[in-house]
Write a protein that binds this ligand. Structure first.
Ligand code: ACO
Ligand code: ZN
Length: 187
């Protein structure tokens, strides 16, 4: 079942979200920064992915996303200069969820923050930076992602960012769990 969303539906703009993200970081993550990933960061990014998610990838997968979409590939850095989170995206040309024709869509492929650094606004900020870049640097008109139906923290985060559940992808994951496909228009 596909739940089409009305054009008139209100979404918080990526600029409001970005402003909120910066404010939240100042309040809860003093000294942390978000910056674009460099090629040297990719190994640590892969380590964080292995520690935090069951969906893992070979090194060339990270490198390929970085080579093609490095402006939408960000890391979160702690006050002592350690990488503690990442987000990586892919730009796809596909039928829109909100427009009935082909659009450039920013696919959030993977995001994670190390456990000890969660609930400080870093996930929100990584998403805010990525959404802004997908729109400004890659001209994406929508953004989407898949998330495990039991992943309450992530689903709550995406809902705060204006993503809506579009449909259920049955047995999307290798272990048989379903995914929600969530999406929102940009900006
Ligand atoms: N329970 C309920 N709500 C939560 C939780 C939680 N455990 N964690 C975050 N949220 C919601 C809250 O509304 C929170 O705002 P608040 O703290 O003001 O209440 C909001 O999300 C923002 O939280 P952040 O602090 O910005 O998020 P965080 O830095 O903790 O990162 C993330 C969230 C990335 C989902 C983290 O929990 C994580 O790395 N999880 C493991 C990896 C993962 O599941 N990644 C997503 C997979 S799907 C995909 O990659 C497309
Ligand atoms: Zn995906």
């Amino acid at each position: 079942m596909i739940l089409w969303h009305k054009k008139e539906e209100k979404y918080p703009s990526i600029y409001e979200i970005f402003e909120e993200a910066v404010k939240k970081l100042e309040e809860k993550a003093n000294g942390y920064t978000i910056r674009n990933a460099t090629e040297k960061d990719l190994e640590v990014v892969r380590e964080i992915n292995l520690k935090t998610l069951p969906e893992n990838y070979p090194p060339y997968f990270f490198r390929d996303l970085w080579v093609k979409y490095n402006k939408a590939f960000y890391v979160a850095v702690s006050p002592d200069e350690k990488i503690v989170g990442y987000i990586m995206c892919r730009v796809e040309y596909k039928p829109g969820f909100f427009k009935h024709f082909l659009v450039k869509s920013g696919h959030v492929v993977s995001i994670a923050v190390l456990k000890e650094h969660r609930r400080k606004g870093l996930g929100y900020a990584l998403m805010a930076y990525a959404m802004k870049s997908l729109y400004e640097n890659y001209d994406c008109k929508e953004t989407y992602l898949e998330v495990r139906v039991t992943n309450k923290p992530a689903i709550t985060l995406y809902e705060k960012l204006g993503y809506k559940i579009i449909k259920v992808l049955h047995q999307y994951y290798l272990d048989g769990e379903d995914a929600y496909l969530m999406a929102r228009p940009l900006p």
